[in-house]
Design a protein around this ligand. Structure first.
Ligand SMILES: Cc1cc2nc3c(=O)[nH]c(=O)nc-3n(C[C@H](O)[C@H](O)[C@H](O)COP(=O)(O)OP(=O)(O)OC[C@H]3O[C@@H](n4cnc5c(N)ncnc54)[C@H](O)[C@@H]3O)c2cc1C
Length: 377
């Protein structure tokens, strides 16, 4: 198993690092305060070919395998997580996985050109972890379907051109009665409701979506009727590895910042970095980050090779890396003392972003259920 980056990966990382440091990092704090979609960063990512990196090349994507995509995501998440989130091909993953050639040509090419933001809408007021319990329904009507229901906490939806929407098409069939549809912004009957006030990831709005007798043509069905749940599950494995790599990136950024600070801050006549109490904290942080990085890489390789254990490894990587990120960002704030708690320093933002990672793409409790079920099956 390769534990080193290839030469090609190393080259990509150097470029990503340079652009992140020179162009994106200086904008991050202001964008967090502004809490609006950061189009200027989107432009930078687009100009440098960082949008659609994992999408197939035939649709203009980068065609990167998951391990390389994760490494790029880690690098971009270092310090800059929430403003680079939509580099993430995650929300458009159902279209990549199950779209017809026509659907892919129509939507993926626009996504890669930067002309389209996508959202994925699964969560509902009464169904979060329990995805099978969603209530939004699509009923056949002529050449299409009529959709009714409400989705909640849907990232980017107010800026999105399309929503990848999970609904029930046959409630009597449980998970086999679910389907994915593409719903375009502006479709009559589809509207954006409440935009949540959140703890963090401020540039990305979490929205409520309402569907009232919303008609979508049959040509917007992804895959076949009844395949929605299985499409969702297929998308989750790469998604979880990617979220793990976001955790590694944020944690590494927080540790680097805390170390620099500890070398400069003088208390009791010497830099606080010389106190063994803090050195042991830093050693634990670095060790856990490295372990997370390797686990994410292992999971990404397993998913790329479609190994039997891919779901278990993806869940392990997601919860281990993001729990590590939470611990590391919390300890990094501690190393800065009172300054860590202040908005003039970036660590409180990183800590808020880390909390999100433990919740989305399946909470970390749900990941442990996936691992335990795999062990006991
Ligand atoms: C900022 C933000 C953005 C989001 N963006 C999106 C998006 O773009 N699209 C989308 O579809 N969703 C999105 N979500 C929703 C997210 O995926 C859900 O919040 C998450 O899946 C948890 O669902 P819930 O909030 O309903 O919590 P619940 O499912 O109600 O869980 C509450 C608590 O119970 C625990 N729990 C639940 N079941 C079990 C169990 N069986 N065993 C042990 N513990 C359990 C959970 O781990 C959690 O701690 C977003 C959420 C946030 C916060």
């Amino acid at each position: 198993m390769p534990y080193r980056l290839t030469e090609e990966q190393q080259l990509i990382i150097e470029t990503v690092k340079r652009i992140r440091k020179e162009k994106i990092a200086p904008l991050v704090e202001e964008l967090d305060r502004r809490a609006e979609f950061p189009w200027e960063v989107h432009k930078i990512l687009l100009e440098n070919g960082f949008i659609g990196l994992s999408l197939p090349q035939e649709y203009g994507g980068g065609g990167l395998g998951l391990p390389t995509y994760c490494v790029v995501t880690e690098e971009l998440s270092n310090f800059c997580y929430s403003v680079t989130f939509w580099l993430n091909d995650l929300p458009i993953e159902p279209t990549i996985t199950a779209g017809t050639r026509e659907q892919k040509e129509k939507y993926l090419t626009k996504f890669v050109r930067g002309d389209l933001i996508a959202s994925i809408a699964i969560t509902e007021p009464e169904a979060g972890s329990d995805v099978a319990n969603i209530a939004t329904c699509a009923v056949p009507d002529g050449d299409g379907y009529i959709i009714n229901g409400t989705k909640r906490f849907i990232s980017l939806a107010d800026d999105a051109g399309i929503i990848n929407l999970l609904v029930k098409t046959d409630p009597s069939k449980g998970t086999k009665g679910m389907s994915f549809f593409i719903v375009e912004a502006g479709t009559p009957g589809f509207s954006i409701g409440k935009i949540e006030k959140k703890m963090g990831i401020n540039p990305l709005h979490a929205c409520e979506l309402t569907f009232e007798d919303c008609y979508v043509p049959r040509s917007n069905l992804l895959g076949k009727e009844g395949q929605g749940f299985s499409i969702a599950m297929t998308c989750l494995d790469p998604g979880r590895a990617i979220v793990g790599s976001q955790g590694v990136g944020i944690a590494q950024g927080a540790l680097d910042y805390a170390i620099d600070y500890a070398k400069q801050r003088i208390q009791f006549g010497k830099p606080i970095a010389e106190f063994q109490g803090l050195q042991f904290m830093m050693a634990d942080m670095a060790t856990e980050i490295e372990a997370s990085r390797q686990l994410v890489h292992r999971a990404a390789c397993a998913i790329d090779e479609n190994e039997k254990d891919r779901a278990k490894l993806a869940a392990m990587a997601k919860y281990f890396a993001t729990d590590t990120c939470m611990r590391v960002t919390t300890d990094a704030v501690q190393i800065l003392g009172g300054y860590g708690y202040m908005k003039d320093y970036p660590l409180e933002r990183m800590m808020r972003e880390a909390k999100f990672l433990q919740i989305y793409e399946g909470t970390n409790q749900i990941q442990r259920i996936v691992v335990a079920r795999s062990l006991l099956s």
